[in-house]
Every structure is written in structure tokens, then in C-alpha cells.
Design a protein around this ligand. Structure first.
Ligand code: ADP
Ligand code: ZN
Ligand code: MG
Length: 512
């Protein structure tokens, strides 16, 4: 297979996503009163409705419909006043009714969009054909249409025992847990507007940020409460007609979505360039071997014998209901990002990262409570570097850690006022995370404050000047850049404890 970069010169990827999100924050299932919990003993949260017993009648969960309307409003969709539930018929033990209740041509939410700001390395990955809309920080904006968001129910969870990778192939028996059956699920379908694996990844990430902010799901890719299928085809650059797509399933991380799509681009290009045809099929992304394998050839809508659900009346939403949901919309990540960038003067991409996670955003605002705006940059740095790194390494989240906003603010203050260096800052952070002590106490305990004490720094500067006569001569000859090297030597001599700004000042004084 050719390298991606080569392929992209001739071929344009066309990508559309189908994202399923379980509404895990609700109390009960979609069409019955069973408790929503995947952690309980298997097959304990079940009843005649979700087990598909004859004669059992479904009743829609109003809170789930509030959640999907919230999702629609947050993604610029039109909320449909009347929509219907349909039966999607199929035979598989994960749905005892032999059909999934879903929606037909008209869903609760139709025709929305989201804009992605693509910057940095992500922007460089996109092949620029001269049509990109410029965006902030030298990047571009990708406008992604949302076809619809519809309401449906999840199927039971199946565990195939004895096969490879948990797949049914080669398994000797399967277990079924109907606790998950009937879990309210919303499916968002995008238009085929995405043009790179990176855009697809960013879209999924953004959707997750929005749904977390709305509080409608825990959006866990790991546990499968959020999953995304990637549809992808190629067309020759400069042509309009779409090619045949394949659909990637089993995507359980942002990285898998990106890597799986990248692999498909290279695979499809090879097939097409050898004069072959791409079959419309569902493929499985295998993380361990980093390739996609055929799962099944594509079934069509006809195979499912879709028809309106006779046990549920068409669902009407009143203007009051929609307005009531609208009044509950929280500040969304984009608006929050803009507010942080404007009122705190922090970098737009930093603001976006903080605003993207509601827990981190809350933490940031708590740390800044009553503080001078000037501290914001330093607080943002501690959160995005030290804190994020620590949480990653420990497998913790802002919600499960014990570091407080006040501690982060006080560390940020020590850094912003140059009382400690950035390398000391990292040490203080580590100690603070381990012991729960306040940064100021740690700094005192370890005698770190002396670093800004000139009388302690001067002898270091003098010994460095003495040891580096060549660099001193270069400086005096006009090469003032060499001071960077001398500062480095001073830092080394002080074992990283000196204040680099003060070293720089002292050196220029003595050399000047
Ligand atoms: P299907 O009939 O296979 O369900 P849909 O038209 O419903 O296909 O689209 C499903 C998803 O595939 C959508 O996200 C859509 O944007 C995307 N899609 C449709 N056609 C293409 C294509 N030719 N290439 C890439 N993605 C596509
Ligand atoms: Zn039930
Ligand atoms: Mg479809």
C-alpha cells in the first residue's frame, strides 16, 4: 500500500459518521420502567417489555426525549413537532422482540451542523485544494452538516466465549445480558462532509464535549456508551461523484477512528488503482493488527422491513415543551471557549481544551474565583500541562482526584511571580499531588524560595563567566545570542533551582 501522503495527492477522502450515544444519565430504560445500570448482576433489570414478551406494551421515556431535543438544539438541528417510531426487523438474540424500535424518515432532530476549528498539526494533515475556509491560529474551519439525530434503543450485550478478540467466530458459546436491552440511545448521522481522518476525530471529540456538557451521557468510548461508525469512500481529486463507501465498525477510541480511516484510505486507493472495485461492506477495525477486515456485506433498508410501530402513536412535541428544553441549555463548549479567550486573555486553543471538559472548566473557574485575570495564563498552564499529565499517568479524572482549585491557583501564583522556576513548579506539583500539602508549604519546606535571592545567584553567575571565556568574548564581539548558552550553564550549576530570568539579567549586567 502507498503512503497516505502519496494517496492524498490523487484521491480525496469523503467521510460521514454515525455516532451512537447511550443516555446513561437517565434513571430508566426507553420504553419500560426498568432501572438503567450496566453494573448490576446480569439479567436483573428486565421486564416483559424489554424482554419482548407477547402483549407487553411500550411507553416512551419523556426524559429521554428531553435529552435528544437538548442534543438537537445544541447541534443546530430543527426540532420536528411530529415524528414517529418504527420497527427495524431483524433476527438476533440480542433483541428478544426481533425488532429494534427506532425512528423513520423523520426523526426528532433534523438538519443541523457543527463547525470544527482545525488548527496546528491537525490542519497540516489536510490536503489543501484551495477551497479551505481560513480559521483562527492559521488553521481552517470545517463546516459539517448533521443529517439527523434519532431516538432508538440499545440491544442486549453479548459475550462470545472462547473466540479470538471476543468475536463470535470460533467461540464455543455466547452469554447474553439483557440489562442493556432497551437503553435509550440516540444516533447522530452526519452528511458526508468530512475530508480527513483528523476531521472525523475532531468531530467525534467535539460531539463528546457537547454531550458531556449537556449532561445527557457519560460518553465513555471505553465502556461503549459512545461509539462511532466511520463511512468512507474515495474520489479522484477534482471530480464530484462520490465513490462506493465502506463502513468501519468497532471503533472504541478517537485514535481507532483516525487510524482505521487512514488504513481504509490507503486500502481503497490500492484497490481502485489496480482497477478493482470497492464493495459496499461493513469492515471491522482490528487494533492489534492495525488493519480492517470484512464483517459482512451491506444489507439494505429493505432487508429490515421498516414499518411504523403500531404500539406507539406518532409523537407530538408542543412549542412549550421545546422552549422548556431550550431554556435548560447550558453554556456550550464553543461559547465557553470564546468567553475564556476574551475575558481571561488565554490562548484560544488552550481555552478550547479547558472549555471542552465541563469538569475541567468548572475547576478552572473555581481556581480563578476572586483572582486577578493576569493569573489566568499560569492557571491554564498548570491545568493543561501538570494536571493533565498527572491525571493521564494516574488514570484519574478531575472528578476523582484530590487536588483543589485553590492549590492550583497558589502554584500558578508562585510561577507567575517567578518565586519558583518552571522545573521547580513541576516538582511542587508532584509533591502536592502526592502529599496533599499546599504549594507554599512545599516551597518553604524544600528551601526553594532562595532561587530569586540575588546574593545566592551572583556567585553562580561569576563562576560560569569564569569558566566560559570563549562565550564571554563572543558576547563582547557582538554575538549577544550566546547569553542563552550562559543562562543554561547557570541553570545547570544551580541544579535547575535558579531563576532563569534573574540569571539573564545578572549576566547582561555583568557583560554589558
Ligand atoms: P446507508 O444507506 O448505507 O445507510 P446513508 O446514506 O444512510 O447510507 O449514510 C450513512 C452514512 O454514510 C452517513 O454518515 C453518510 O454521510 C455517509 N455516506 C453516505 N454516502 C457516502 C459516501 N459515498 N462516502 C462516504 N460516506 C458516505
Ligand atoms: Zn424492562
Ligand atoms: Mg442509512
Amino acid at each position: 500500500m502507498k503512503e497516505l501522503e502519496e494517496v492524498l495527492k490523487d484521491w480525496e477522502p469523503v467521510i460521514g459518521l454515525e455516532c451512537h450515544t447511550e443516555l446513561t444519565t437517565l434513571q430508566t430504560k426507553m420504553f419500560c420502567g426498568c432501572r438503567l445500570s450496566h453494573d448490576d448482576e446480569p439479567n436483573t433489570n428486565v421486564c416483559p417489555v424489554c424482554l419482548g414478551m407477547p402483549g407487553a406494551l411500550p411507553a416512551p421515556n419523556k426524559a429521554a426525549i428531553q435529552s435528544i431535543v437538548l442534543a438537537g438544539l445544541a447541534t443546530n438541528c430543527e426540532i420536528m413537532k411530529r415524528s414517529m417510531f418504527y420497527r427495524k426487523n431483524y433476527f438476533y438474540p440480542d433483541m428478544a422482540k426481533n425488532f429494534q424500535t427506532t425512528q423513520g424518515p423523520i426523526a426528532f432532530c433534523m438538519g443541523g451542523w457543527l463547525d470544527l476549528e482545525v488548527t496546528g498539526a491537525a490542519a497540516r494533515e489536510r490536503y489543501d485544494d484551495g477551497t479551505l475556509t481560513p480559521g483562527p491560529e492559521g488553521g481552517y474551519i470545517a463546516h459539517v452538516g448533521i443529517t439527523r439525530i434519532h431516538m432508538e434503543e440499545d440491544a442486549a450485550k453479548m459475550i462470545h466465549v472462547g473466540g479470538i478478540d471476543g468475536r463470535i467466530d470460533g467461540a464455543d458459546h455466547s452469554l447474553i445480558d439483557y440489562n442493556r436491552c432497551g437503553t435509550p440511545l440516540i444516533e447522530l448521522v452526519t452528511e458526508p462532509d468530512l475530508r480527513s481522518p483528523e476531521e472525523a476525530r475532531l468531530f467525534m471529540e467535539k460531539l463528546r464535549q457537547i454531550f458531556l456538557t449537556l449532561g445527557i451521557s457519560d460518553c465513555s468510548l471505553e465502556s461503549g456508551s459512545m461509539r462511532c461508525d466511520g463511512n468512507i469512500s474515495l474520489r479522484r481529486r477534482g471530480t464530484k461523484k462520490f465513490g462506493t463507501k465502506t463502513e468501519l465498525k468497532n471503533i472504541n477510541s478517537f485514535k481507532s477512528l483516525h487510524d482505521g480511516l487512514e488504513y481504509e484510505i490507503r486500502r481503497q486507493a490500492e484497490v481502485l488503482e489496480e482497477g478493482g472495485i470497492v464493495y459496499q461492506e461493513t469492515r471491522h477495525w482490528e487494533t492489534s493488527t492495525k488493519r480492517t477486515l470484512v464483517m459482512r456485506t451491506k444489507e439494505t433498508a429493505d432487508d429490515y422491513r421498516f414499518f411504523p410501530e403500531p404500539d406507539l402513536a406518532p409523537y407530538d412535541l408542543s412549542e412549550e415543551f421545546i422552549e422548556d428544553v431550550r431554556s435548560r441549555l447550558p453554556e456550550l463548549p464553543d461559547a465557553r471557549r470564546d468567553r475564556y479567550a476574551q475575558s481571561f486573555g488565554i490562548k484560544r486553543s488552550d481555552a478550547a481544551q479547558i472549555a471542552g471538559d465541563p469538569d475541567v472548566a468548572k475547576f478552572f473557574e473555581a481556581a480563578m474565583e476572586g483572582k486577578d485575570i493576569k493569573l489566568a495564563r499560569s492557571v491554564a498552564n498548570v491545568i493543561l500541562n501538570d494536571l493533565a499529565g498527572y491525571l493521564n499517568a494516574e488514570g484519574k479524572t478531575v472528578a476523582t482526584m484530590s487536588i483543589t482549585p485553590a492549590q492550583v491557583a497558589s502554584l500558578a501564583d508562585l510561577l507567575a511571580t517567578d518565586a519558583i522556576t518552571s522545573s521547580q513548579g513541576r516538582e511542587v506539583f508532584q509533591a502536592m499531588a502526592e502529599t496533599g500539602k499546599d504549594p507554599a508549604a512545599i516551597v518553604d519546606e524544600r528551601g526553594m524560595r532562595q532561587v530569586s535571592d540575588l546574593s545566592a545567584l551572583e556567585p553562580v553567575v561569576e563562576s560560569v563567566l569564569e569558566a566560559c571565556p570563549d562565550q564571554v568574548a563572543q558576547y563582547k564581539g557582538g554575538n549577544t545570542k550566546v547569553i542563552g548558552y550562559l543562562v543554561g550553564q547557570c541553570m545547570k550549576a544551580s541544579k535547575g533551582n535558579g531563576n532563569p530570568k534573574l540569571f539573564n539579567q545578572l549576566l547582561s549586567q555583568k557583560l554589558g
